[in-house]
Design a protein. Structure first.
Lengths: 613, 344
C-alpha cells in the first residue's frame, strides 16, 4: 500500500467515459455502490447515446457515467468532474468540457494512435499538442496492461480486452481508498456460471489497483470519509426503480392489483422492465401494441377495479391525450407517468428536459383538468408516485406524474421507508345510507364519484365519453348540464388542494429573492441556495412538487419576496402558468433547453446578476 | 354490494333483466335493433351472473349499445375498445366481456388494437357490426365498403379495396370467427351463446343493414330471393349444403372451392365437404370466409373455433409460477432484499 496517508476531501466528482460497449455504466455503478457501502452520500447520472452501439471510437458512441461522492450532503452528480477516465480519444473529446480546470484525467493511451485520434475528430494528438495543459494527465496503457495481466487466462482476445473496465475501476479504487470487496462479490454473482470470467475480471481489477500504487502518478490517494447520514437501512436506487417500487407500495396499500400498460420508449422503459419482475406481488404488465392501447388498457383495468397505470415520454403522452380525457370524463383512477425527454417530436431521446408541463396541464381537448405532480429527486419518485396513487384513487380523476430523464436514470442512496408509515389510501366506497346508487353521485368532501366496479351485484351502470347527466350518468346534451359538469370536474381538481401538503420554503422565509423551481432541478437549486447562504446571501427556495392544483399557501409565499426567479429546463412553462394564476407578481426567468440539467454555477450566476453581487 | 355466494340459487334471468331504461336511439329500421334484441335473448342462456357481464364499446352507431343494456357498460373512444376490454379482462378474469364495434371502429381507426387483441387471444367476445359504411358521421366509405362504391366521400366511386374482417382475424391468429346476419335473430342468438363458450377472442361479424346510408348492402345475401342460394349455414361436422332443397353444396376442386349440385355430373352427397370448425389449419376457413355472391353463397355460422391458450390464462399461469419462486411476499420484504446497508 501507499506509504503516504491519503488526502482527505469533502467531496469529489468522477466521470467514467468510453465507448458504449466499454462497460462504463457498469464501472460507474460499481464505484457508486462501493462508495455507498462506505457511507458516502452521493448522486449519479449516466449520460449515454441514443444509439445502442454507434460506430466504435466515434464521439457519437461515447457513454459516460458521472458520480459525486462526499462526506457532506450531496444533492447533484456535480457540475464538473475532478477526475475523468477516458478510455479512448472520442471519450476525451466529448467529455473534456465536463472536467474542471486542474482536474485529473486518466487516459488509456493504447487507443491514442492516429486512426482513433482522427476518428474522434482531433486533427492532432491531444496528448502532444498542449491542448491538455490545464489538466493533470495520467497516461496509462490500460488495454495492454490488462492483456498482460490476463495472458495466462484461457480466454479469447476480445473477452480479455473487455476486462479493461475492471482495470480502470481498480485504479479508481486505489485512488479513492476504497475496498475491492463489493465488486468482487458482484463479479462472483454475475458470472457464477463462468468461473473463468470471474477470475479474469478479478485479475484485471487487482492489476489496476496495483498499477495505481506502483506508478504513483498522483502524489497521494484520496479519502472521502463517510457522510453524516441519518441512521437506518439504505439501498441505492434510481428514479425509475423508485417509481416502480412506489407503485408496488401503493397497490399493496390500497389492496388492489397493479396494472401497468406500457409501450417501450426511452427513458420510461426501465419502469416496465422493473415491474414485469414482480408478478408474484400481483402486478400485471401489458406491453401494449401502441401508446394508445397502453393507456386504454390501464383505463380498462381501473374501470374493472384495479390500479391502472401507464407511462411514456413526451411523444407517447401526446398520443394518450384523448384517452386521458376519457378517464377525466368517466371519473376513474388513472396514473400517467411522463418521463420527460428532449423534444419536440422525437427530439433527444436520452437527454433530459422539463418541457412537458404544458402538455400535462393543457394537452387535451376541451376543459379537461387533471392532477399534475412531479418528483424532485431520484429517490423521492417513490414518495410522489405513491402520492399520485393516493390522489387518483381518492379523487377519482387521472394524475399525471412528471418525471424526467435526469431523475429516471440518476440515482442516490435511499433510506428505506417503513411501509406501515405510508399514508392510507381510501377507496371511495359507496355507502347506501338509504339512497339508491347512481353512477355520478359524489363524495361531499372530495366531490369524487364512488368506485363501483363490474362484478358488484345490483350496481350495474353505464359510463362513457359522452357528456353525462349530473347524478344519473345518463347521456345528456342539455346545455346547462354540460356547464354544470364542466364546472364540477374543474372544481373536483381544485378541491385536491385541501388534501395535499402546504408548500415548504427552504432558506430565507422572505427578503430579496425567491427562487422557484419544480421537478429534477431540485438538487442544483438547493446546492446553489446553500452555497449562496454560506457566502452571505440568503435567499428563499420554493420547489414545487404539486403542480395542479398548486399548494394553497403558494400565493402568499410569492408575495413575501422583492423578486421572484423561476428556473426550469424549458422556455418558460411554469413561469407562464404562475403568471396566469398569480398575475399580481412579477417573475424573472432562468431557462435552459440543452438536454442537460442546470449546473449549480449557472443558477448562482443568474441569482448574483439579479442581486448585483 | 358484495358478491353472492357461488352456490346460492340464481333466479332465472330473462331478456327483461338485460334491458335498460334508456330510450334506444337508432334510426327506425336499423339492423342494430335486432342485434340488441338477440343479445338480450342470448345472455339469459349464458351461465353467468348478471353483474359479471360487461359491455365495452368504441365509437359509432353500434357503440351506443352499452347504454341500452342493463349490465355494466363502458362507452369508450374511437377504435380503442379492444384495448380497454383487454385491461378489463386482465384486471378481473371472472368477468364476461363483450366488445361492441363497427367496421370503421374496428378496422380503420382501431385496426391495430383489433389485430393485437386477436393475436393475444384474450378471452373476450367481439361483435363487429359490419354495414360497410360510416353511419354516425353520415355516410362516408368504410374499410369494408366495396371497390367503386359511391359514398359522400367517394363521389366518383371508391378506389380502395375492402378489408375482409374474417381473413384479417385469421391472419392475426384468430381462434374463433363466426358470421351472422341481422335478419336472422335465431342464428344471432345461437352464435352469441356459442361464442361466449369459446375460450379466447371470439370475433362475430354481423352483416348489418344501415337503412339510411347503405341500405341493402347485404341484400344479395339477406334478401328473400337470395336467402336460399346465397346463405350457407355452416355447422361443425355437417356437409356444406345450401339451396332451397339443399341440393347445392361445396366441394374442393384442386385448391379451390366449387359450387356443385347433387345429382348433376355424377355428384353425390359424398363429394360435399364436411365443415371442420376445429381444424387448426385455417386454409379452408379462409376460403369459406372469402366466398360471396354471385358466384358463391355467403358462409354463415361458426366458421372457425379452435383451442389455444388465452392471454388471461397465461398471465395467471405466470403469476402462479412467480408466487412459487419468489423469495419475498410483500413490498417491505422486497425493499429489504438484495444490496442494502445499515447506517448507524
Amino acid at each position: 500500500m501507499s506509504k503516504t496517508s491519503p488526502v482527505e476531501l469533502d467531496k469529489v466528482v468522477i466521470r467514467f467515459a468510453g465507448d458504449s460497449g466499454d462497460g462504463m455504466q457498469l464501472t460507474g455503478s460499481q464505484f457508486t455502490y462501493t462508495s455507498a457501502m462506505l457511507g458516502n452520500d452521493l448522486a449519479t447520472f449516466p449520460d449515454f447515446p441514443a444509439e445502442i452501439r454507434a460506430p466504435q471510437g466515434t464521439v457519437e458512441g461515447v457513454s459516460g457515467f458521472q458520480v459525486q461522492i462526499g462526506k457532506v450532503d450531496i444533492y447533484t452528480p456535480g457540475d464538473r468532474a475532478d477526475v475523468l477516465i477516458a478510455m479512448n480519444p472520442a471519450a476525451l473529446r466529448s467529455n473534456i468540457d465536463w472536467v474542471r480546470k486542474g482536474g485529473n484525467i486518466i487516459i488509456d493511451t493504447d487507443y491514442f494512435e492516429d486512426r482513433n485520434i482522427k476518428k474522434a475528430g482531433y486533427e492532432t494528438n491531444p496528448l502532444e499538442d498542449g491542448s491538455l495543459d490545464d489538466y493533470k494527465i495520467i497516461e496509462a496503457p490500460i488495454t495492454s496492461l490488462t492483456k498482460t495481466a490476463l495472458k495466462d487466462i484461457d480466454l479469447d482476445n476480445k473477452s480479455i480486452v473487455r476486462c479493461k473496465n475492471m482495470f480502470a475501476l481498480g485504479m479508481m479504487y486505489w485512488l479513492f481508498d476504497r475496498s475491492r470487496n463489493e465488486t468482487v462479490k458482484f463479479l462472483e454473482s454475475k458470472f457464477r456460471k463462468y468461473p473463468v470470467l470471474i477470475e479474469a475480471n478479478k485479475k484485471a481489477l487487482d492489476a489496476g489497483f496495483n498499477y495505481a500504487i506502483t506508478i504513483r502518478a498522483i502524489a497521494s490517494n484520496y479519502k472521502i470519509p463517510p457522510a453524516k447520514i441519518e441512521p437506518g437501512l439504505y439501498r441505492h436506487i434510481s428514479g425509475n426503480q423508485a417509481t416502480a417500487w412506489g407503485l408496488l407500495a401503493a397497490a399493496e396499500k390500497v389492496g388492489k392489483k397493479l396494472f401497468y400498460g406500457s409501450y417501450p420508449i426511452t427513458p420510461a422503459s426501465d419502469i416496465l422492465h422493473e415491474l414485469s419482475k414482480y408478478k408474484n406481488l400481483g402486478v400485471i404488465t401489458l406491453q401494449a401494441e401502441d401508446e394508445i392501447a397502453a393507456v386504454c388498457s390501464a383505463i380498462g383495468a381501473s374501470y374493472a377495479g384495479q390500479l391502472g397505470v401507464t407511462a411514456s415520454a413526451g411523444p407517447g403522452i401526446a398520443l394518450k391525450g384523448e384517452a386521458i380525457g376519457l378517464a377525466i370524463m368517466a371519473e376513474i383512477p388513472l396514473i400517467v407517468i411522463d418521463v420527460q425527454r428532449g423534444g419536440p417530436s422525437t427530439g433527444l431521446p436520452t437527454k433530459t428536459e422539463q418541457a412537458d408541463l404544458n402538455l400535462a396541464l393543457y394537452g387535451r381537448n376541451s376543459d379537461s383538468p387533471c392532477i399534475v405532480i412531479a418528483p424532485s429527486t431520484p429517490a423521492n419518485c417513490f414518495q410522489y408516485i405513491f402520492e399520485a396513487a393516493r390522489l387518483t384513487v381518492e379523487h377519482m380523476t387521472p394524475v399525471i406524474f412528471l418525471s424526467d430523464g435526469y431523475l429516471a436514470n440518476g440515482s442516490e442512496p435511499w433510506k428505506l421507508p417503513n411501509i406501515n408509515d405510508l399514508p392510507p389510501i381510501q377507496v371511495q366506497q359507496f355507502k347506501e345510507n338509504g339512497q339508491e346508487y347512481q353512477p355520478y353521485l359524489r363524495d361531499p368532501d372530495k366531490k369524487s364519484r364512488y368506485w363501483v366496479i363490474p362484478g358488484m351485484a345490483g350496481y350495474e351502470h353505464r359510463i362513457g365519453g359522452l357528456e353525462k347527466q349530473d347524478v344519473t350518468g345518463n347521456v345528456s346534451y342539455d346545455p346547462e348540464n354540460h356547464q354544470k359538469m364542466i364546472d364540477i370536474r374543474a372544481d373536483k381538481v381544485k378541491t385536491v388542494a385541501n388534501f395535499i401538503p402546504e408548500q415548504k420554503i427552504i432558506g430565507a422565509k422572505s427578503g430579496e429573492l425567491l427562487l422557484v423551481g419544480w421537478g429534477s432541478t431540485f438538487g442544483s437549486m438547493l446546492s446553489a441556495v446553500k452555497e449562496l447562504e454560506k457566502e452571505g446571501h440568503p435567499i428563499g427556495l420554493v420547489h414545487i412538487n404539486y403542480l395542479n392544483p398548486l399548494p394553497k399557501n403558494l400565493e402568499a409565499i410569492l408575495g413575501d419576496y422583492k423578486q421572484i426567479l423561476v428556473g426550469e429546463l424549458n422556455s418558460g412553462q411554469l413561469v407562464g402558468y404562475l403568471r396566469q394564476i398569480y398575475p399580481q407578481y412579477k417573475y424573472q426567468q432562468l431557462n435552459k433547453v440543452q438536454g442537460l440539467p442546470f449546473t449549480i454555477t449557472e443558477i448562482k450566476d443568474k441569482i448574483k446578476s439579479i442581486l448585483n453581487i | 354490494m358484495s358478491e353472492q355466494a357461488v352456490d346460492a340459487p340464481q333466479p332465472k334471468l330473462t331478456k327483461k333483466d338485460f334491458t335498460s331504461d334508456q330510450m334506444v336511439r337508432w334510426c327506425p329500421g336499423c339492423g342494430d335493433y335486432a342485434i340488441l334484441s338477440a343479445i338480450q335473448n342470448a345472455l339469459p342462456q349464458i351461465p353467468e351472473k348478471k353483474e359479471d357481464f360487461v359491455f365495452i364499446s368504441g365509437i359509432g352507431c353500434a357503440a351506443r349499445f352499452p347504454y341500452y343494456m342493463s349490465t355494466y357498460g363502458f362507452h369508450t373512444i374511437h377504435g380503442r375498445a379492444p384495448a380497454v376490454a383487454t385491461g378489463v379482462k386482465l384486471a378481473n378474469p371472472k368477468l364476461n366481456v363483450w366488445e361492441i364495434t363497427g367496421d370503421g371502429d374496428a378496422l380503420a381507426i382501431g385496426g391495430n388494437h383489433f389485430i393485437h387483441a386477436i393475436r393475444r387471444n384474450i378471452d373476450i367476445n367481439m361483435l363487429l357490426f359490419n354495414n360497410e359504411i360510416y353511419g354516425l358521421t353520415k355516410g362516408q366509405y368504410s374499410p369494408t365498403s366495396r371497390f367503386g362504391q359511391v359514398t359522400k366521400s367517394t363521389p366518383m366511386g371508391g378506389i380502395e379495396r375492402p378489408f375482409s374482417a374474417g381473413e384479417l382475424a385469421l391472419a392475426a391468429g384468430g381462434t374463433f370467427f363466426a358470421r351472422t346476419i341481422d335478419t336472422n335473430p335465431k342464428l344471432m342468438t345461437q352464435i352469441f351463446v356459442e361464442s361466449s363458450q369459446h375460450s379466447g377472442t371470439s370475433l362475430i361479424e354481423i352483416l348489418q343493414n344501415c337503412v339510411i346510408f347503405n341500405d341493402k348492402a347485404h341484400g344479395a345475401v339477406t334478401g328473400k330471393e337470395g336467402k336460399d342460394d346465397f346463405q350457407l349455414h355452416l355447422e361443425h361436422g355437417k356437409p356444406m349444403l345450401f339451396g332451397k332443397e339443399r341440393e347445392k353444396g361445396l366441394r374442393l376442386n384442386g385448391f379451390r372451392l366449387e359450387v356443385v349440385t347433387i345429382g348433376e355430373n355424377g355428384i353425390d352427397q359424398s363429394d360435399i365437404l364436411i365443415h371442420d370448425a376445429y381444424q387448426h389449419d385455417s386454409t379452408v376457413h379462409n376460403m369459406l370466409i372469402r366466398m360471396s355472391p354471385p358466384h358463391f353463397p355467403m358462409a354463415l355460422g361458426i366458421i372457425r373455433a379452435v383451442k389455444a391458450p388465452t392471454y388471461d390464462q397465461l398471465v395467471e399461469q405466470q403469476y402462479q409460477a412467480s408466487v412459487e419462486k419468489a423469495s419475498y411476499k410483500n413490498v417491505d420484504q422486497l425493499l429489504k432484499s438484495g444490496n442494502t446497508w445499515e447506517v448507524k
